[in-house]
Structures are given as structure tokens and as C-alpha cells.
Design a protein around this ligand. Sequence first.
Ligand code: TXA
Ligand code: MG
Length: 353
Amino acid sequence: MKQTLMLKVDAQQPDIKKIQAAADIIRKGGLVAFPTETVYGLGADALNPDAVLKLFEAKKRPLDNPPIVHVANADDVYRLAEQVPPKADKLMKTFWPGPLTLVFKRSATVPNVTVAGLSTIAVRMPLHAVALALIRESHRPIAAPSANLAGKPSPTSAKHVFDDLNGRIDAILDSGPTRIGVESTVLDLSVEPPLVLRPGGTPLEALKQVLGDVKLHPFVAAEKEVPVEKARSPGMKHKHYAPKAQVIVVEGAVPAVRAKVKELAESYRLKGVKVGVLATDETKAAYEADVVKSLGSRFNLAVVAQNLFRLLREFDAEGVDVIIAEGVPTQELGLAVMNRLRKASGYNIVKAA
Ligand code: TXA
Ligand code: MG
């Protein structure tokens, strides 16, 4: 297929010529990957059904799982949403631009394919100069799922995008690694109290401060598979974030986790399996495995989130067969991290005691 064009830009002050070149591609119905504060997105004109269809094809994404629509101006929401409840105004004022996606009743101007035939639409305004400039110069809302092949960990650098999608998309805007490292929080406002469908870059604690009452969908904190009929977000049904290696998550108090991870790593090694351990700074010295990587300090969950997807990809590059991952606390960004890890493991969770 065609060559994918690499456009390097500064994260704070991107070269407007390169942004305009990328925006031209979007306006003509092409596909451009771009950085956001969370992960890289794969953008298409949200109002062009053919372009959005190509987006699904490039990612090999099932057509029943709609992308998030990105705007550069809160007023654009009123064209995309049929109804904007007062709570949404408050959330947009507090958290936009930023890693919070809001689910609204959709308006008729949005093509069916963009919302996968649903009656709702997911919208967010990213906190990234490159993303905002691209949306503005395109003069279109941009539909953008994470720029990975379906099922793979989301890309936190342009290299990850290139590895998955080279030759399948028109261009990549590269401005280095992303700051948050996990995707946006998805919040459904069409129910009372509002419901978190996917934990992400905006912590639940911050949402509670603004909303008072907000609930987690049972999928979000799930420690085992939840029946598919209960899914409110199409993304919940699909296998996600999975590296090639089998993932096992070990959860519990730190000393018990350390002992259990050591025991599992040893027993796999004796079987001749190539083992990776996903550790933290506080515990990594305790492990002997083929590959040991640290997410960072257990006391800095923002850094843990930043490193998660990159490390999962690195384990694959090193060809480990099994990844034994330590659980981290489910506060703040830790909730998003644990949600991704548990999903990546297919809910293969070991409770250490
Ligand atoms: O941080 C992010 O959100 C990144 C960057 C690129 O913005 N985007 C991202 O998009 O993660 P994606 O498509 O990989 O994930 C979108 C999630 C999926 O779980 C999808 O099912 C859900 O949002 N979603 C989209 N439209 C929805 C809707 N109308 N109702 C409920 N969930 C929806
Ligand atoms: Mg995704």
C-alpha cells in the first residue's frame, strides 16, 4: 500500500505548514494519526462517512464500536449533540480541554457510521496544541479512536503508531511521547447518576468533586468477565490492550504480591517459558526473570499510567511468553491502570495473601 508520511512537529508550537498539510488530508477524506495528551489518535473527518469507514478498516476495528469525536471548541458540541444537560456545561468548563469524554444524545447531522448506529455520541476536547491545531485547520470535528490496531495496547508514541499502521494510513504527526499514557475517562450523562463507562485520565475523585454523585459501570472495576448483555459502551465487549504474551495480574498487599510474583516467575522459568515481570520501583530488585521492567514508583500512579502501554509493547518486542504484572492501588490514575491490566489479562487475576 501507500507510504505513510511522517511529520515531526513541536508539541507546544507545531509548524503550521505541517499542520495544514495534515488538515488537507483530513478534509480530502484521508487518515492522519496525531498526538493528544492521553494517547495518539487516528483521525478522520467525523462528518464524512467514507472517511470514517476507512478508519475502521485501517484499524481492523469492528464496526459496532464507535470512535470518540474530537472538537477544538466547546460550542461544536451543540452541533453534534441533540441535548446538552446542565451537568455537561459544568464538566466542560472544569475539564475541557482535557482527558474527559462525554456521551450525549446525538444530533441528526452525524453520519450513522461515526456513531456505529447508536443514538448517542462520545465527544471530547483534547489538551494538546497539535491536536487542537489539526482540528481547527481541518474545520471539521475529527473522529479519532486510539491509533493502534484493534486489540493492541494504545500508542503513546508515534513509533507505536508506525509499527501498527505503516502503509495503512496517510500520515502521522509526531510530537514525541504522550503525557498521560492512558485514554480519556468516558462518562455517560444520559443516565442519573452519571456513569463512568471507562476510567481514564480524569480520575473518579475529580469527577466526584464536581458532580457529587457518580457511579462506576460494573465493567470498570470488574475483576472477572461481566456478561456482554450488560455492556453500555461497545468498547467493553471487545478484547483490548492485549499484548501477544499471556498476562497474569497479581493483586494484594505488597509483601504478599512480591512473594507470589517470585513464586510464579520461578515456576514458569522451570517450565522453560520466557517470563517478563512488570514490577514497580519498590519491588523490582526482588525478581529474577528473563525480563524485569518497572512501571515506576507505586506512590506515583501518574508515572505508572504514563509507562504502562509502552512497557506492554516492549515485552512483546522481547518475545516473552508470559507477563506477570503487579497490581497497583486503584486510586486516581491507578483505577485506569488496573482496568487496562485486568482486561489485558483476560481477567487472569491471582489474589496474593
Ligand atoms: O484518550 C482517548 O479517549 C483517545 C484519544 C485518541 O482521544 N481515544 C480513544 O478512542 O481511546 P477509542 O475509540 O479507542 O475508545 C473510545 C471508547 C470506546 O470504548 C467506545 O466503545 C466508547 O469510547 N464509545 C464511543 N462512542 C460511545 C457511545 N456513544 N456510547 C458509549 N461509549 C462510546
Ligand atoms: Mg482504543
